[in-house]
Design a protein around this ligand. Structure first.
Ligand SMILES: Nc1ncnc2c1ncn2[C@@H]1O[C@H](COP(=O)(O)OP(=O)(O)OP(=O)(O)O)[C@@H](O)[C@H]1O
Ligand SMILES: [Mg+2]
Length: 273
């Protein structure tokens, strides 16, 4: 079976691959992150049909700081896919980082409603990731741009969540300092897979620091054996080996981990129908 991450890589920002044929119902999953905004359209069987992603600076530390900007980006993404789709796109879901529930749920909900989407679900990010991963027991660590979400799952239920203000931004800052280049240039260097041999030794201490923050949360759970790594920062080659060493737990990284949480947001629509 083709991995969900791989399917999404083919769809994200590639309208020529969007395919709505045979779909009976469409749902939108909208993820507004600190680094990027992404909207994924799935059908009634959960198959991804289209996806649009944009760099965005509308969220800081998991909180929406530019409401109008977030609304506009969501509108552009959804309308572009609506224009390509023979079926209406009228229902969707969105998410928020753990621990920011009260402040964020309503803001994200209004952004969808303001774009003509009936909100079927607003769930926290680890719960969204587990829609795809389906862990019964283990931990999910979502290392994004500005935040790292941590969740522990026991018997299929999330029993612990936390959100820490660390992520890919700290890796880019260290690359910028080390190479004496701008943040944006560092960002480009870091996300170029052909440069990972050069980059990983420079950012290794930052990854170890992120892993030790994760370890502080996870060490109170003694029967954990497995950690699943999602989020854009985990795209870095060799990321899971470094985390595995620090945590002393098996770390598993699905293909294209940046797409797992946003896909789970879209899939959560199916639970709500
Ligand atoms: N190929 C890559 N190699 C290394 N890092 C990458 C790669 N692709 C993306 N990233 C990094 O992943 C981070 C973004 O991750 P993600 O897309 O999960 O963030 P987000 O969901 O917008 O943020 P958050 O979850 O913190 O709100 C950025 O720091 C980016 O530089
Ligand atoms: Mg995220």
């Amino acid at each position: 079976m083709t991995s969900p991450g791989l399917i999404l890589r083919e769809l994200v920002n590639r309208p020529e691959n969007w395919d709505f044929s045979g779909a009976r119902q469409l749902y939108a999953g909208v993820d507004l992150g600190t680094y990027k905004a992404i909207t994924i359209i799935i059908d009634e069987t959960g198959r991804p049909r289209a996806a649009r992603m944009r760099r965005a600076e509308v969220v800081r530390s998991g909180m929406i700081v530019d409401y109008a900007g977030a609304q506009n980006i969501a509108r552009e993404m959804i309308n572009e896919m609506r224009a390509a789709s023979p079926l209406p796109i009228e229902q969707g879901a969105t998410s928020y980082p753990p621990q920011t529930e009260n402040a964020n749920i309503n803001a994200t909900r209004y952004i969808l409603e303001g774009n003509g989407l009936e909100v079927l679900n607003v769930l926290d990010e680890p719960a969204a990731a587990n829609q795809v991963l389906k862990l019964a027991n283990g931990a999910i660590v979502d290392v994004g741009g500005g935040t790292t979400g941590i969740a522990v799952i026991q018997d299929g239920r999330i029993v612990f969540t936390d959100d820490e203000a660390t992520g890919g931004v700290h890796l880019s800052l260290v690359v910028a300092g080390n190479h004496k280049i701008s943040y944006e240039e560092a960002e480009q260097l870091k996300t170029d897979p052909s440069k990972s041999r050069e980059i990983v030794p420079i950012v290794r201490p930052v990854i170890e620091k992120i892993a030790s923050i994760v370890d502080d949360c996870l060490k109170k759970f003694d029967n954990l054996t497995e950690v699943c790594l999602v989020g854009g920062t985990c795209e870095l080659e060799g990321f899971e080996e470094i985390v595995q060493k620090t945590l002393g737990l098996r770390a598993f990284r699905p293909a294209y981990p940046q797409f797992i949480t946003p896909l789970g947001i879209a899939l959560s629509c199916l639970d709500a129908t």
